[in-house]
Design a protein. Structure first.
Length: 144
């Protein structure tokens, strides 16, 4: 019998920020694709038109190219879920994690994060930094 082989996650491939940015890019790619055929209403038509025309995806400061696999994205998602759903994680830490997710996964600047979370830009930067250190201390495989 052939046993199913599960891939091994290489957490050293990216830093914490890199993994979160890649996860955000993966989420955006999945959202843009929406399915296999370009005739459904649930599909982003611009994505498919650009793909059919052979046009490259936009490259700019805010665009991050997805370079992770579905398995890696699922592992990052599982990590975030475990941190946010844990009873051992207090409210302030969850708030800091939310700020980090808004900054890296949702690709929002610190000013926008501060505005959405009703704090100053400096406070948002501190929260993002604290969340990085929390994740690094929580999971020793991840580096800042």
């Amino acid at each position: 019998m052939n046993a199913a082989v599960t891939p091994v996650m290489n957490w050293t491939k990216y830093t914490i920020d890199g993994w979160l940015e890649q996860f955000g890019a993966w989420c955006e790619t999945v959202r843009m694709q929406g399915g296999d055929l370009p005739d459904g209403l649930h599909i982003n038509q611009i994505y498919w038109l650009m793909r059919e025309a052979g046009k490259p995806m936009p490259s700019g400061k805010s665009y991050i190219r997805c370079e992770i696999t579905d398995y890696e994205a699922n592992q990052v998602q599982a990590l975030l879920r475990s941190l946010l759903n844990s009873d051992k994680t207090d409210f302030t830490t969850k708030f800091a994690l939310m700020c980090l997710i808004k900054n890296k996964v949702e690709n929002k600047g610190l000013g926008k994060v501060a505005q959405e979370t009703n704090q100053s830009k400096a406070q948002a930067a501190i929260m993002v930094s604290c969340a990085r250190f929390y994740i690094s201390g929580h999971d020793k495989r991840l580096k800042i």
